[in-house]
Design a protein around this ligand. Sequence first.
Ligand SMILES: Nc1nc2c(ncn2[C@@H]2O[C@H](COP(=O)(O)OP(=O)(O)OP(=O)(O)O)[C@@H](O)[C@H]2O)c(=O)[nH]1
Length: 489
Amino acid sequence: MNAQLWIPIAVVLAVLLTVLVVGLIRYRSRRISLVPGETKSTSALEDRSGGYRADRGFNFSQGGTATLDRTDTDGQPGVGDDAAIPRDAPRRDIADVRLPEPDAAEPPPDSAVVDGDVVDRAGSDAEVIDGEVIDTAVVETGTVEDIGVEIPAVVVPDTAEAAESAAAIDEIQPTAGRLDRLRGRLSRSHNAVGKSLLGLLGGGDLDEDSWEEVEDTLLVADLGTPTTMAVVESLREQMAARSVRTEAQARALLREVLIEQLHPELDRSVRALPHADRPSVILVVGVNGTGKTTTTGKLARVLVADGRRVLLGAADTFRAAAADQLQTWGERVGADTVRGKEGADPASIAFDAVARGIDEGVDAVLIDTAGRLHTKTGLMDELGKVKRVTEKALQKASVGAAATATTDEVLLVLDATVGQNGLTQARVFADVVDITGVVLTKLDGTAKGGIVFQVQHELGVPVKLVGLGEGADDLAPFEPAAFVDALLG
Ligand SMILES: Nc1nc2c(ncn2[C@@H]2O[C@H](COP(=O)(O)OP(=O)(O)OP(=O)(O)O)[C@@H](O)[C@H]2O)c(=O)[nH]1
């Protein structure tokens, strides 16, 4: 074969090869891949439990992750909602009223100077730490060497008591699969909402009256106007586009739309993992009676079950029995409680708890606060001070990067049974402190769980945990899909 013949053959072969390659590339680019995508590996945190990440269980992370910005900032305070006299407040009659002491010209005994500020721990029980006036009404005193400041020590059980409580340590229910175990409690009260929605949507074409009924049902379940409107709009569009005819199709669509409204993409991990040089600090805030102490206790159990060392701070000094209640929760899982005398300054207790937590190298300090103040200003003063003082304790006693250390998590506890009122409370608290997560309690006793939608929508913070009963282990992580499934029955 001569060279003249080879040239056209080579050209034809080259063209064929090019067509083949281009065709293959175009075919592959149009194909839908059914291979699961590469899952992102989670970074190795300072996790002393060996990297525990519960599947359908609790998810803990280290502080520092950003949350969404609030979408609503004009919330008005629901002043007075939280002004109830504590359940077990002792009644005082006139015979119990003490006359004021005469003014002392001299500084009160037992006063001390901390960083140039007068620290007074006997007379008025007032203490100043870095310009912050803190009342202290303490039983004992102790020293935290790291910060060179004498601070009030904690009430710790004596050895005999400690041995007794150690013997009585509870067995904690597994933390994984909690929501599955407790889902029945949600379903009981929620099914009615789901049933009526499915009854309306299952028939296919809906007239205006039926859409109004859908709207009403969502509003009655406390989803709030913006979420209700968004859900209805999305349902109307999708039902037409997908020509939904059967109840099964309606259910699938409704499920999809509701889950979307719950923003499953939000980070719901509880920032309870310790940092390199200090524990994580979690403040638990909320109106009295919502379940703050119970939630703090339940969360401590989950952390202990996860292999963490936990220290509790009883900064709810308003209700006499709150500290006892918290201490009992702690004793049941072998966690100590830092507490002061009744009426002591919550900020002082929070300071002590953090300082001691750092000193003892615990993994997490959980601080239970009081939410009983009559005015927004009062609440702001108290909670703001607790947070500032807590952060001061972190910054003073820590080293290096911790100079800017902040509270890792501020969990707002809301009682789901109070409906709209819960939202008003949430707004007040969100104005006072930067809430990083919400715990919705008593969801076992209400069909008004729709408040979840509203709280997230207005505050821009995720609901992280839900309380599903009075039992010690009736706390579960919040999972949008499971919640909607329970709602739809
Ligand atoms: N059914 C039910 N009851 C709960 C739940 N969480 C808390 N409770 C109950 O709510 C009541 C109040 O709980 P506490 O933890 O004392 O509330 P608190 O917010 O600390 O109240 P104060 O100490 O007065 O500020 C208690 O009887 C708890 O058992 C829950 O998820 N479901």
